[in-house]
Design a protein around this ligand. Sequence first.
Ligand code: WAQ
Ligand code: MG
Length: 234
Amino acid sequence: MLYSVKMRSSLGGTHGEGGRHISGAERIVPEDMLEENVLAMLRRARTHERGAANFINVKVEEVPDTSIEYCDLIPIYQMNTSTKEEGRAVAKKELLRIGVSQAAVDSAFHELESLTDSMRGAIVMDAVSGERLDDRHERGVRCSNMDCENTKEYEARMGARGLGGDHPREALVLASKVANAPGTVAELCWSDDPDYVTGYVGSKKYGYGRITVMKDMGDPVGGRVFFVKPGTDI
Ligand code: WAQ
Ligand code: MG
């Protein structure tokens, strides 16, 4: 039997309402890994670089094997950049190459660059008109219920390529689920962890386009945009 473990944490609110988002994470793990994963998430929320959370919600739930759908991870390619300006220019070019319109690229960067603090989820955007389709403000839409099938083998292979650790794994798993969802054209992401400057442009067409520098060191504002085909049932 597998278990879903989900954590969300915040700082400064009451009962998790109104505070600042600190971090969220989720795994799907076998029973014998459950306790260590719950502890790892508690530790993560309390020692996060965005702040030590004072509200932490951990949810544990059985996942029936029959409810699981498998898909391949999208292939990784990398674009080396050294500044935020260079990284964002590369991301824009990559989105256009995938087939997102200029209007939608402009709209996405306008939305993300006018944030004063991070969102908890993603903006869903029409890949042609650039119109924002969700009405969830700073909550956005969260991609959920996902993990890689074999974490040990994954870590061994990715570690060997210098891509071990939580950030790349979680991002690649999320990007793969999003890229495989009906209607998705592309995804744009950079982290809200102040010291994590790497981001990516994801798509089913080309894979996980890792962009080494997409923001300034110390910047706590990150976000995601899911670009979808016009008419997609969101
Ligand atoms: N669903 C939708 N949007 C999300 C989710 C989710 N499950 N989790 C986070 N977001 C949004 C939210 O707006 C966050 O502010 C933003 O994405 C950034 O989230 O080295 O760490 O978890 O290859 O900070 C990418 C590069 C790292 C990894 C991304 O994102 C690599 C990262 P973070
Ligand atoms: Mg984060």
